[in-house]
Each structure stands twice: as C-alpha cells, then as structure tokens.
Design a binder for this molecule. Structure first.
Ligand SMILES: [Zn+2]
Length: 199
C-alpha cells in the first residue's frame, strides 16, 4: 500500500511513519502481519506493509489500515487535514488537489490527490465507497476523523517503531507486535472505530 508519486523526494522518516501507520492497525486488530518495509522486498520494488493473508480482515479493518498510513505520514510532515481537505481527498476535487493545513502555521497547502487515489493506491477503496454515499460528506469526515483518533491512540508505538524501520529498512511482523506491545504498556488500549467490527 504505497503512493510512490506522492513520495518522490520524501524523507525516509516520512515513509517509515507512513508504513508504521499501516502496520499498527494490523497489530491493534489482531491481523497477523508478515513484515513492513520501506525498501523493496521480493518482487515488490517499493515500500509496503504485508499481512500474512493479503485478503484477511473485514472491509472496515482494511479501510482503517489504508487511511492510517496516510494520516501517520502526513502528521510526520506536520500536515493536518481540514474538513474541506478530507472531502476533496475522498469525494471530489475541482483542481485535482486536496487541502492540508500546517500543524503549527495553519498555512494551507494543496497536494495532488492522484498520488493517494488511483488504481491500487491507498485510498481508492474508500473513495469508491464515499462516491456512492447519499451523505458522502458526513461519512467521509467521520471516517477520516475516526481513523485519526486511532492513529493518535497508537502514537507511542509509531514513535517507538519508526526509528528501527528507518535503520533496518524492514521489520518482521512479530517484531512490530512486540515493540508495539512494549511501547503501549501502561497506555490506554488502541481506539478502534466501531465500523471496523462490521463484516
Ligand atoms: Zn501506503
């Protein structure tokens, strides 16, 4: 689950935070993870997060995996999502871009959505679902904000794992689970959206 066009020129720590954001939902939802890589692995030439069963998990569980990687990476770059930006990202955009806001400055930056929504890219499944919704706007905002709440709840694990992923290029799923458990010890449980429990 990658977005190579958007990644062009991006730093390893951004890519690692993005992939950690994909990996932690697998751990939090009890879906076995094979490995997470910010380098090529086997026949896959680019960063990706690989579950043991590529078809495992419910649709909602996979949608959380997809958005959480994007959110984690953008947060690493100090970019936040406005409601407008979420709607532009997931539903429609007049200029092909979506708005993000500087976390500190509040300054708006428009980023091409094509790097994130396209065949096989991170947010394609969510965009297809939102496009068919009667209340697409409300649905999109809720979906994204609840994914953000999940990412915020596993921030200690992302912070703990990202440096190891940068250093080694890839980590086995078992090590991700172990490091996540250690980092989250004494913290509240990861917060999971209710729709991840739906089939
Ligand atoms: Zn991705």
């Amino acid at each position: 689950m990658t977005s190579p066009d958007y990644w062009a020129g991006n730093r390893p720590d951004y890519i690692a935070a993005h992939e950690c954001g994909h990996a932690l939902p697998f751990w939090a939802q009890g879906i076995p993870l094979d490995y997470v890589a910010i380098i090529g692995h086997g026949t896959m030439p680019r960063p990706h997060t690989q579950p043991i069963d590529v078809n495992g998990g419910s649709l909602g569980q996979r949608l959380l995996v997809n958005a959480s990687g994007v959110i984690s990476g953008f947060w690493r770059n100090n970019r936040a999502f406005s409601d407008l930006g979420i709607a532009e990202l997931l539903i429609a955009s007049a200029d092909g871009c979506f708005e993000t806001l500087g976390s500190l400055s509040g300054r708006a930056t428009r980023i091409p959505r094509a790097g994130l929504i396209g065949p096989s890219e991170d947010l394609e499944p969510a965009a297809w679902l939102m496009g068919g919704e009667v209340c697409a706007y409300d649905h999109a905002i809720r979906y994204w904000r609840e994914c953000e709440r999940f990412v915020a709840s596993v921030t200690p694990a992302i912070a703990a794992i990202t440096p190891h992923l940068i250093e080694r290029g890839e980590l086995p799923g078992a090590e991700v689970a172990l490091r996540a458990a250690v980092a989250m010890a004494g913290q509240p449980d990861p917060w999971l959206p209710g729709w991840t429990a739906e089939k």
